[in-house]
Every structure is written in structure tokens, then in C-alpha cells.
Design a protein around this ligand. Sequence first.
Ligand code: ADP
Length: 485
Amino acid sequence: VASQLKSSGLLRTQGLVGGKWSDSYDGKTIKVYNPATGESIADIACMGGRETNDAISSAYDAFQSWSKTTAAERSKLLRKWYDLLMAHKEELAQLITLEQGKPLKESIGEINYGASFIEFSAEEAKRVYGDIIPAPLSDRRLFVLKQPVGVVGAITPWNFPLAMITRKVGPALACGCTVVVKPSELTPLTALASAELAIQAGIPAGVVNVVMGNAPEIGDAILASPQVRKITFTGSTAVGKKLMAGAAGTVKRVSLELGGNAPCIIFDDADLDVAVKGTVAAKFRNSGQTCVCANRILVQEGIYDKFATAILGAVKNMKVGDGFSEGVVQGPLINEAAVEKVESLLRDATSKGAKVIHGGKRHSLGFTFYEPTVVTDVNNEMRISREEVFGPVAPLLRFKTEEEAIKIANDTNAGLGSYIFTNSVQRSWRVAEALEYGLVGVNEGVISTEVAPFGGVKQSGLGREGSKYGLDEYLEIKYVCLGNM
Ligand code: ADP
């Protein structure tokens, strides 16, 4: 796969600063690994503060002209970038499976999903409208202009190596901002390949910059720079809080997509097949490594046993293996630390009375493969219900009433994804309104799309990505008063 990618020019290992591929200034590199085999795939530039400061300067210079291009010009370039991403769908998907591990079919899905944010941004670029406000005095006219915030620092995680970047860069560019992207060091190759395609699309030098290497140093340089006017981050709650605090020094705008603790509530009146299919999709996608994965599966007592049996049946048939192998639906976890976290959460749960009814240990394939797992008799006090599992473990909790389910669901500091399964229209509305979450799936386990706003409440974050609302994150509002007319 690697040699095929190399010949197409998409295997990039250097950072992108001011339109030039560049090594780290001290020549340092770090390795990228295939989580399914443990083999090293590439040595990438290990950059730090100095390279980041140069990337910020490039982005700042580029902003002066990019922000003055017409929306139609930016739209055309974004559309071209989208077309190139789609034209290279197969290679990009292989790159994702290679460095991230998800099954190839899911990687193809991520290219479609990730690229859709660029397409949508190309369309929305032309629809950033201001306002004219009826004036309170007859000799005045009041206008609202929307202008790009400026240079944006975008820091992204490894679980969606393309989509987490395009969700940020698409709307930023559409609004006239320029960006310095820092992808995860675990999955930089997809980010670099997509940046290469941005160049091929004709997006001017300095509009998109990519640096990676020493994450805290890069983060600190972005935070310290008064030229960076906005920071957008997807990742752990702990790092998000650090960035939010660090942004205070220069009063940057902040968007955060942090950890979730998604409840998936199955009511007695749910359609069992729909509930099982939706729950499995919400739980086991990307081997459970998404921030909207079902973390707690709350099942009403009347349907609990039937549901447990049905989900067990679905999980038993899951093929685990290398994402490149035919029929595999569960790839490896990203690294050893991820497996250890799952093990520690399960140990805590079983020591407090939870029962493993399927899986519950490392897979015989070795490395970071973990058996798809179902655990029953979980309660909301166990660590597995308080923390993000980020692995292929489905914990089932039992509840009696709707009120109790809502209380358990909301008893967490997180508030990103949530799911309910019921055939009652009234209950759908009642519960959807009562859930303290940014997203609610009703009878549906996979709801993310570029046309709808994605984001969390409480400690799951700030701001929204996707949809018309996603553009607001990259726009300043300016009030202009024309007086003495
Ligand atoms: P995850 O558990 O998804 O790896 P992290 O929050 O650790 O979550 O990582 C998300 C992104 O944040 C990655 O690109 C990572 O390199 C980056 N990151 C980690 N620590 C810092 C930091 N101190 N400053 C800036 N970025 C950081």
C-alpha cells in the first residue's frame, strides 16, 4: 500500500509551511505505526514551536489576501479540493486503514463523510449574509457585516484522521480564514495527503499549513501567538480544558469537541430489531472509538433480557481483524494505552458486580485487538459509566421508569451524543427535550452529517461543527452605524 501511495504523491512525511513541504529544523523525525501489525509505516517530521511560529506567520500573511478573495473564488477552490478528495477516495481510505486501523469499508465511509464538509463549505461560502437593522433614529442606517476571524489553529485527534480536519478547515476557508492544522501524531499521513490535494486544487500557499511533532510545544506556540485569533480542538476533555485556559492569555475564540458519555436508552415500547441494530452501530463503529459512541446502554426492565440476548447474537458474529481483510468489522484499538484503559474499566466493573456475557479480554490476534464485549448488571456508579470507554465494550444498565432513565442519562459532566429507542412519538419528544445533550438520535444510531450541527453541552464542549451554524464559529460580527444622513 505504501509504495502505491508514494507513486501517487500522496505519501507525505514533512510538514507544510507557507506552501512548502519542510522538515523539522533540527531534522528530528518520529515514527507512525500500523496498529494492526505494529509495523512502522513512515518517519514524519517532528516539529515544535519554531516551525509552528513560521506556519502562523505564513497563515497570517496569506490571510491578508485570502480574506479579500470573493466568496465565489473560495467556493470554486473548495469544490476543486472536494473533487480531488473524491477522485483519490481509494488511496486515502487505504491510508486511514493503514495508520488508524478501521476496516476499509469504514475508511471509505470516512472519506465520503470527511469530503462532504468541504463540498458543503464550498456551497455555504456563498451564503454568508450580513443584516440591515431598522434604525432607531431616522438619520441613521445600521448594518451588520460578517468577517473572517483571522488565523485559526486547529488541533485534531486520531479517530477520524480526515473528517476531524475537514470539519474545521472547510468552514474556516469558506469564511476567509487561514489555518495552521496540527493532526494527531498517530495519524498524520491522511492529513498530509489531504493537504497535498489542497495544494493541487490551487488553494494558495499559506492558506493551509500543517505542523506535527511535539504536541504541547505546538499547542503552546498557537496559544501564545496574538496573530492566531481562534483555536478549534477535537480531543480529550483534559487537553481541551488546558487549551481553553491557555486561550485566555490572548482572548482567542474557542471551539471544543471533547469527550462524551453517550446514553443509549432502550424503552420497553421500542422495536427490538431497530434498537439492536442502532445500538450496535452506535457502540461498535470504529471499534467503539468515537466521541459519540454509546457509552452506557440503559435498558428498561421489560425488554432487558430480550435485548441482552439479541445484542449478544449480533456481537458474536462480528469478525475481528486487520482492516484490510475482507469481512472484518472490528479493527484493532489505536494503541496499548487504549487497551489498558478498557481492561481497567472492565476490572472495576466486574469487581463491583457487573457480568461479562461475551468477550472481556484481548483477542487471540494479539497486538491491540480486543474482543467485542457485552457486560450486564452495570450501574451508573462504576467507572465504566463515568468515563469514556473508547473501546468495543457494551455495558448494559437496567432501569424501571422514564424519569429514572433521564436522571441516570443526565448524571454526568458530559453532554455530546445520546440515543433513544421508542415507538412512542410523545416519549420521543419528551425525552429528547429532557436530555442534556447536544445531539439526540431517535431510533437511529448513526446521525452525524455535514448538514446538521454537531457539538456538545456541559463539559463536552463549545460551538458546533457542520451545517450553517458551523460557519458562525469562524465569523466575527461587525456593527456599522452610518450617521448624520
Ligand atoms: P486523544 O485521547 O484523542 O488522543 P488528546 O486530547 O490527547 O486526545 O489528543 C488530541 C489532539 O490534541 C492530538 O492532536 C494531540 O497531539 C493534541 N494534544 C495533546 N496534548 C496537547 C497539548 N498540551 N497542547 C496541544 N495539543 C495537544
